[in-house]
Design a binder for this molecule. Sequence first.
Ligand code: DSN
Length: 426
Amino acid sequence: MSKNAEVAENIRTIVKAHHQWMDECLPLIASENVTSHAVREMMATDLSHRYAEGQPGERYYQGCTYIDEIEKLTKKLGRQLFNAKHVNVQATSGVVANLAAYTALGRSGDTMMSLHVPDGGHISHSRISAAGVMDLKVKNFIFDPREMNIDVDATQKAILVEKPKFLYFGGSVFLFPHPVSELRAAADEVGASIGYDAAHVLGLIAGGQFQKPLKEGADIMASSRHKTFPGPQGGILFTDSDRLKEKIDNAVFPGVVSNHHLHHLAGLAVALAEMLEFGEDYAAQTIANAKALAEALYERGFEVLCEHKGFTESHQVLVDVTHHGKGTRVAKALEENNIIINKNLLSWDRLDKSVDPSGIRIGTQELTRLGMCEGEMEVIAEFIKNVVIDDKSVKQEVIDFRRDFTTLNFSFTKGQKAYEYIEFGD
Ligand code: DSN
């Protein structure tokens, strides 16, 4: 074997080790999910080698006969699942989708109003990322940390003073539906449009278990498609507005995307079909699991946010771990025990505290894909307590526990290994 062939082989070995590890872990990162074999099959096809700039039937490249068919079908499934008049399936990530939405809603120098990052805003809603790239001025929603939501009265006043060009709801910490309909009148008063970043909650919206942003007053819903929505990584945008559909399409291509990762497009079509079939049950179980995990952690002495309102109405659970050594220590200690979560800023952290914030964020969407229910959430809360409060190792117990949950729930083919390494042979 040549040296270069050895390097290539070594990469396979490392990736296989990653698969093996995932198979022995509790994956609780709120922004991730695992795709079905049917989706992964699409991602391994020749489509990954091709180009298809432009819209179906109006391409700049030949060779798109079947790609056009796939894209038209994907859009039809997207409109159907989300009950939207128009969908764009060409954004290559959630940030790219947001940038396209900003381009459709405003121009450089305009003011956007969004959540501050410690209050749960995504970085792309701030000037350090996409909003800065477009040179938007950013003003923040007034946030109520006790309610873990936007303060409607205070924000109404802020909208009238700041007169933003558009509001942008959604975020990375997202426990409760945002007050879209409640703030629509204030937006109208200053002529502002409304965008909504659905990345974290797209699967919950698809399953009809969260708010309906487009029906509540959002002009555009932009999103990634691989968190609670178990699709291939990428972005997606929706609108019911005739005025905005062409603006969105032009903002994506030629605005911020050339080619749109056609293997992921076909995978998205399959994931949309899966969610049409299973979305309602999957989303409901994901939220039930988050509530159960939050309750079980609370009962074990953790400071889980928002006990007074049932902890959460999404897939997320937020815990203040200030008294357990803060976010970094807790996240690392859990990782050493194969429990994978992330440290997270809480409202009272300053932005420069992001290296060691007060909180941890936990998501239940991937465990739900693995078939876990409320009973399993009790077991996991006990594991977390053992590690964080009792300083005990539970790694072997976690590995043993995971052996009963190796296959994917909510997919057309039963019994698929969730983290199987798919080989093409020699
Ligand atoms: N930063 C990701 C998250 O974990 O929320 C989203 O891009």
